[in-house]
Design a protein around this ligand. Structure first.
Ligand code: S3P
Length: 197
């Protein structure tokens, strides 16, 4: 990015932060949607911290997500995920990227709705598949037909992700374009909040 593009991004970031206030911006969506990459850039533009819930879970458990699933099962992982997200939601403003299953849990989703501003990074199956197919670290995709598994997760989860406050389409355009759309969506959410009052 050249200097003037960076300055524009900072301006949009400041406007977005004004609308976010002290809340945490929570990225939700399927694996491969770009929650961490886009989340990090959005946090940088707003000059607030970025935290990845999977990374935080790995730090507190001192285990990889794959090992956690293998040793303790998905149920334990979800319980830990919920505890970590509950704690992080108290520390806004920040940007929090969550694992693909977090928002699917009723309790975790309710918590995020109460305390955060949620943003669904929505992507088509082919886009997601191209991004996840070469990386083997995701326990839920260790199946005989990982693309079919991803398609089934998409089918099951998209109606739930649709409950997020904001939606931005993740697709094959520059990351800066997506981040710009994220920042603008936050600003717009703020102005529609204002007009409701
Ligand atoms: C999961 C997604 C992963 C990780 C875990 C379970 C899911 O995170 O939390 O493997 O249920 O979709 P990413 O969405 O960051 O890959």
């Amino acid at each position: 990015m050249n200097n003037s593009a960076a300055a524009i991004m900072r301006d949009r970031g400041q406007a977005a932060l004004g609308s976010l206030g002290t809340r945490t911006l929570v990225f939700v969506g399927l694996m491969g949607a770009g929650k961490s990459v886009i989340g990090k850039m959005a946090a940088a533009a707003m000059a607030i911290p970025f935290v990845d819930s999977d990374h935080e879970i790995e730090t507190v458990s001192r285990m990889s997500i794959a090992d956690l699933f293998e040793r303790y099962g998905e149920g334990e992982f979800r319980a830990l995920e919920q505890r970590v997200i509950r704690r992080l939601l108290k520390d806004g403003p920040m940007v929090l990227s969550t694992g693909g299953g977090a928002f699917v849990s009723d309790e975790t989703r309710a918590m995020i709705k109460r305390r955060g501003l949620s943003l669904w990074l929505r992507a088509d199956l082919e886009v997601l598949w191209e991004r996840v197919r070469r990386r083997g670290h995701r326990p839920l995709l260790k199946t005989d037909n990982p693309k079919a598994t991803l398609a089934a997760l998409l089918e099951a989860r998209y109606p739930i992700y649709a409950e997020a406050d904001l939606v931005v389409r993740s697709r094959d355009v520059s990351k800066e374009t997506i981040v710009g759309e994220v920042l603008d969506a936050i600003v717009e959410a703020g102005s529609s909040e204002g007009s409701k009052r």
